[in-house]
Design a protein around this ligand. Structure first.
Ligand SMILES: [Zn+2]
Length: 117
């Protein structure tokens, strides 16, 4: 390693932030990789259609706690089951077109409760 930073804070060997030992001597368990996930059965998704410019319609899935869900993964699953495009925006999943029936069926299959707007 370069000694360019000798005598500066960057010269310290890497230590564990939790136990303070050198990383090579650290025996801390790895941090939990999975975020806290809420069971779908306890969640009610709001499902509705919204109009966009030029008469386009999008199907919106909202009211799901972004902290308790892997929303990007859920969006990908819904896009696949509807065979349409979509985006994740402000914690809401938007799918192109009227996908109410397909989204409702897919969410119910995963265990979610649904409330239509
Ligand atoms: Zn440690």
């Amino acid at each position: 390693m370069s000694r360019l930073f000798a005598g500066t804070p960057w010269d310290r060997p890497p230590t564990c932030e939790r136990c303070g030992k050198l990383e090579s001597a650290c025996a801390c368990p790895p941090p939990a990789a999975e975020p806290r996930q809420l069971p779908p059965e306890s969640q009610t998704a709001r499902l509705g259609l919204e109009k966009r410019a030029k008469g386009k319609v999008v199907t919106v899935v909202g009211a799901l706690d972004p902290e308790g869900h892997d929303l990007p993964a859920l969006a990908a699953r819904l896009k696949a089951s509807c065979g349409t495009g979509g985006t994740l925006k402000d914690g809401r999943i938007e799918l192109q077109g009227d996908q109410i029936q397909a989204v409702e069926a897919a969410l119910q299959a995963m265990g979610y409760k649904i409330r239509r707007k």
